[in-house]
Design a protein around this ligand. Structure first.
Ligand SMILES: CC(C)(COP(=O)(O)OP(=O)(O)OC[C@H]1O[C@@H](n2cnc3c(N)ncnc32)[C@H](O)[C@@H]1OP(=O)(O)O)[C@@H](O)C(=O)NCCC(=O)NCCS
Length: 190
């Protein structure tokens, strides 16, 4: 499965994307497929993309901030997002990105951390340990330099999965008129 298709299939029912791209699910899937392809292409400039045969994890290093600087987005097809997705969707997704950055600073008390931007596995290959291996590999990389791992989820169904992988819930808040967001931290010594 192509990375963009995999991410779109994995996140089509995620509350963040249902909020940002409301309406028909098939249309959301097509738009998400475009968005995920464009996003991964733009993030590849600054993030580490760990892909295996059934999953993908996107890791943002401690020194890279978010949202993407306008210069980075403009160099990529992500610049077409307002046309492809509509301005309301872009504003909602951008609000979610700004929220991650602000929340990470307080949830980690300003300590250096890697951010797990996305982790997803092929819906047909779940429960076989692919997701765990992707997260464990990144957590080891972060721990080797004394860094924590930061992640957020907008889907409460993911919480037990993260908690069983050494994360703790550091914050729970809602986006303005949007879904709840759980901030998750995995300390390097866990
Ligand atoms: C979260 C996610 C990455 C987990 O991937 P995975 O490859 O299924 O992960 P694992 O196989 O390592 O663990 C799956 C868990 O579900 C259990 N499981 C068993 N059968 C399963 C099945 N058919 N489908 C899903 N999970 C199953 C596993 O035993 C394991 O349980 P545990 O937590 O008690 O160990 C995947 O569900 C996903 O892509 N979700 C959508 C995207 C998302 O929300 N990402 C997280 C926020 S960025």
């Amino acid at each position: 499965m192509e990375t963009a298709d995999l991410l779109a299939a994995a996140f089509v029912d995620d509350p963040l994307h249902v909020w940002a791209l409301p309406g028909d699910r098939d249309r959301r899937l097509r738009r998400l497929c475009w968005l995920m392809g464009a996003l991964v292409e733009a993030l590849a400039d600054t993030c580490l993309i760990d892909r295996d045969e059934a999953g993908v994890a996107v890791w943002r290093p401690p020194e890279v901030s978010r949202p993407l600087p306008p210069g980075v987005a403009l160099r990529h097809r992500l610049a077409w997002a307002p046309v492809r997705l509509g301005i309301p969707a872009v504003l909602r997704l951008r609000a979610a990105g700004v929220d991650v950055e602000r929340r990470a600073a307080s949830d980690t008390a300003g300590r250096p951390h890697w951010t797990l931007e996305l982790v997803a596995t092929d819906p047909g290959a779940r429960g076989r340990g692919h997701g765990s291996r992707l997260v464990e590999r990144g957590a080891r990389r972060a721990a080797a330099t004394g860094c924590a791992v930061y992640a957020v989820t907008h889907n409460p169904a993911n919480l037990p999965w993260f908690l069983r992988r050494g994360f703790r819930v550091a914050s729970v808040r809602s986006l303005r008129r949007g879904p709840r967001v759980w901030g998750l931290v995995c300390e390097p010594d866990l």
